[in-house]
Design a protein around this ligand. Structure first.
Ligand code: UFG
Length: 341
């Protein structure tokens, strides 16, 4: 069976992807510097799948550390999650974000070429579209000027891949995620935000758990049916499976061009109020929230046209919004029980 290097594999999306890869029988090597995740995620992946992935703690922004991994193991494909990911922080520390996120990607490309590793799946984001002119948005819509260095690094890695894959020695797929939420049904892995969460779902679960006093809904005067922003929330398990099929598309040489991009969402737009309602319904908890000011940089509404992923990857999200919010809560309960947060 093929071996896949999962960078950032102890993180939120990486850990769920490692589980899905192992469920399909792939050998998984996880490398992570644990700057925003914990080594016990490896135990949890083992608990879920019955298989312990190889784990290498490494700073992947250092070429030397990456080359050791490629020299030690035979690798058939790389899925690259390793990156700094906080939008606000990236505005404060742009150079750190460019250095880290671009250097990690470059170190992968250099070592893949050196060792003849051909296949690369990149964690990208719908953030590259900016505010859509129309919804649902498809992959042909040109990216807009990034509003944050974080989003810019996602765009830049895609730009690099256009040129790096031209000779065909590396073939790549970028998955443009919409808004991943939820957690594994075992509630053994999930999102582990560092400090006060920036994102909606962990803020909701932490508020319900009493860790945060209240959720502030960032604006209810947007031009949307209920006045709150609309996003395409996708269950992290569906998203993880998209990585498996993307890698398999490469292995089976089904890719049409050397670098392909796919939207990974459900194709449905939900408002902030929709998320709150679903959370209250599935958990029976009344959420303490109030309406606050708009958050700078928020797009009004975005959801995905997923037809390309359906047609080419044979992938479609199947889990519902209620399954997303309930699984997020079950994970929060694990965190409470184990006093992780
Ligand atoms: N929101 C609130 N209150 C909160 C947090 C969020 O009302 O405390 C609202 C936001 O205004 C937005 C929605 O909930 O309308 C979703 O916000 P998130 O922060 O969860 O997600 P974003 O869509 O802002 O961010 C996502 C990804 C980022 C990516 C960004 C690009 O998480 O990685 O899209 O737009 F960069």
């Amino acid at each position: 069976m093929k071996t896949i290097l999962v960078t950032g594999g102890t993180g939120y999306i990486g850990s769920h992807t490692a589980v899905e890869l192992q469920n399909k029988g792939y050998n998984v090597i996880i490398s992570d510097n644990l700057s925003n995740s914990s080594a016990d995620v490896i135990d949890r992946i083992e608990k879920i799948t019955g298989v312990r992935p190889i784990f290498i703690k490494a700073d992947l922004s250092k070429e030397q550390e990456v080359s050791v991994i490629f020299d030690t193991y035979h690798i058939d494909g790389v899925i690259n999650f390793a990156a700094f990911k906080a939008v606000g922080e990236s505005v404060e520390k742009p150079i750190e974000y460019y250095m880290n996120n671009l250097q990690i990607a470059m170190n992968m490309f250099v070592n893949m070429k050196r060792k003849g590793v051909k296949y690369f799946v990149q964690s990208s984001s719908c953030t590259i579209y900016g505010e859509p002119d129309k919804n649902p948005i498809n992959e042909n819509c040109p990216p807009k000027f990034a509003v944050s260095p974080y989003g810019n690094t996602k765009q830049m890695v895609e730009d690099m891949l256009h040129f790096i894959t031209r000779d065909g020695l590396i073939q790549a797929i970028a998955l443009r995620y919409f808004n991943p939420i939820g957690a594994h049904p075992t509630a053994l892995i999930g999102e582990l935000p560092n400090g006060v969460p920036n994102n909606l779902m962990p803020f909701i679960t932490q508020t319900a758990a009493g860790i945060r006093k209240e959720l502030i809904v960032f604006g209810d005067d947007y031009p949307t049916p209920d006045g709150t922003c609309i996003r395409d929330y996708i269950h992290v398990v569906d998203l993880a499976k998209a990585h498996v099929v993307a890698m398999e598309r490469c292995f089976e040489c089904r890719n049409k061009i050397n670098f392909e991009c796919f939207n990974i969402g459900t194709g449905n737009g939900f408002s902030v109020f929709d998320i709150i309602k679903s959370f209250e319904k599935t958990t029976g908890i009344k959420l303490n929230y109030r309406i606050g000011k708009r958050r700078e940089g928020d797009v009004v509404a975005i959801w995905a046209d997923t037809s390309l992923a359906e047609k080419e990857l044979g992938w479609k999200a199947v889990l519902t919004l209620d399954e997303m919010t309930l699984s997020a809560w079950n994970w929060q309960k694990t965190l409470n029980k184990e006093k992780i947060l």
